[in-house]
Design a protein around this ligand. Structure first.
Ligand SMILES: NC(=O)c1ccc[n+]([C@@H]2O[C@H](COP(=O)([O-])OP(=O)(O)OC[C@H]3O[C@@H](n4cnc5c(N)ncnc54)[C@H](O)[C@@H]3O)[C@@H](O)[C@H]2O)c1
Length: 392
């Protein structure tokens, strides 16, 4: 595969999966979207409205704590507003896209009605809540698909295959960072959860999934970085600026976090994330996977940042013990819609015809990443190392 073909190929694959997989099974479904904010309006509602228009769903409902937002979303995506508790919606599928604090509760309530659930990341903000979702899904025989978008990038699949095929030898160390020059979430809910849960949840998902580092116990330590300016002025995600114009966002106290985890046996994870890293001129995301024989490096820009259009080449390479580099990819997909659509296609396929090559399913993986993030968050709060157990 030539790397310039990546965006085109991923779009073709996305379309094929949508046509073949999800649509047949979901044709009769009533779908309820809870939370009609930025991600729903840009990703979930266009996708679901498209699916409904081609006969892939029966009906589409929207709900929001803010009735005006629900009404606007219903108007813009030809959906119906659902008012009252979600239990009364009799939905076959509930898509939870509220701020993180309500993800676990809404998922549990939806599961209890017998609905399948797609839930935005992070699955939960505590190990206990993630465990409750996992237990409820198992008890109800229910399906929950958490959306950790970056693993749906085509490069991620290539990296995982390479690592699991031992191209770099056993992995002992992962370094994962996502630094934005200027990108606090445009909404209060995302800001309140903090950068660890906003950007860090993607990084921890990748750090566990790419080398298959599940089934571990260990210790985590984390510290705040990049205090917000004393003026209280909030740097904003430029690409979300229009949406934030009507809202007053309280400034976060900290923009950045640095964390480390030691996972038994002898595996180390270093993580760094910032919404407003000082001294950088462009957003950058980087994953280094250090194997015993070589290091695999993925240098990219995640998410909706305009900087993803100008990522310098190469974007994916392996450096062996003698310092020789082998370039795997020169470019990255420029269009974020590809991975955001791919995650929904994969979710629909998983929810309708659950087959997976992964030993650890998406919900179990989300439990593990939540448990590790919760330990990091506790360490942030207590300034002490915190033990964790990501087995489930
Ligand atoms: N995968 C990604 O890359 C990605 C990108 C952006 C956002 N997200 C996730 O999506 C979620 C939503 O983010 P957003 O940017 O759309 O936020 P947002 O604030 O723009 O939208 C959230 C909406 O939920 C509504 N809401 C809040 N609590 C509610 C409740 N209990 N019941 C019903 N509605 C409720 C709010 O009124 C608001 O309209 C977050 O968890 C965020 O982490 C993921």
């Amino acid at each position: 595969m030539r790397d310039q073909d990546l965006p085109r190929l991923s779009r073709v694959a996305v379309r094929a999966r949508r046509e073949l997989g999800a649509r047949a099974v979901s044709r009769g479904w009533r779908v309820l979207v809870v939370g009609c904010g930025w991600i729903s309006r840009h990703v979930h509602l266009p996708y679901l409205a498209g699916l409904r228009a081609t006969g892939g769903l029966r009906s589409l409902y929207v709900a929001d704590a803010d009735p005006d937002r629900a009404t606007r979303a219903a108007r813009d995506f030809s959906a119906e507003v659902h008012t009252g508790p979600l239990e009364r919606a009799r939905a076959d599928l509930v898509l939870v896209a509220t701020p993180p604090a309500d993800h676990a509760t809404l998922t549990l309530r939806a599961l209890a009605t017998g609905a399948r659930v797609i839930v935005e990341k992070p699955l939960a903000l505590t190990t206990g809540d993630a465990a409750a979702v996992l237990a409820a899904a198992r008890r109800h025989g229910g399906w929950v698909y958490p959306l950790y978008t970056m693993r749906h990038r085509p490069e991620a699949a290539l990296i995982r295959r390479s690592v699991l095929a031992q191209r770099i030898g056993p992995v002992r160390e992962m370094r994962a960072s996502w630094l934005r020059r200027d990108g606090v979430p445009a909404t209060q809910g995302g800001t309140e959860a903090g950068v660890l849960w906003d950007l860090g949840s993607h990084l921890v998902d990748l750090a566990l999934w790419l080398p298959d580092w599940y089934g571990n116990t260990g210790k985590a330590r984390a510290e705040h970085q990049h205090p917000a300016a004393a003026t209280g002025e909030v740097p904003h995600a430029g690409w979300q600026h229009r949406e934030r114009a009507n809202q007053a966002i309280a400034a976060p106290k900290w923009h950045g976090v640095r964390a480390e985890a030691t996972l038994d046996p002898e595996r180390r994870l270093h993580l760094e994330a910032s919404w407003a890293a000082p001294g950088i001129r462009r957003d950058q995301s980087r994953i280094d996977i250090v194997g015993e024989q070589a290091t695999l490096t993925w240098h990219t820009v995640f998410g909706w940042s305009p900087d993803r259009r100008t990522v310098p080449a190469p974007t994916l390479w392996i450096t062996d013990a003698d310092g020789r580099e082998q370039v795997l990819l020169h470019h990255q997909p420029r269009d974020p819609y590809a991975e955001y659509t791919a995650q929904l296609d994969t979710a629909f396929t998983a929810l309708t015809a659950p087959t997976s090559d992964d030993a650890v399913g998406p919900l179990e993986a989300a439990y593990a990443s939540t448990a590790l993030l919760h330990a990091m968050q506790t360490s942030l709060d207590t300034a002490a190392p915190v033990p964790f157990d990501i087995r489930n």
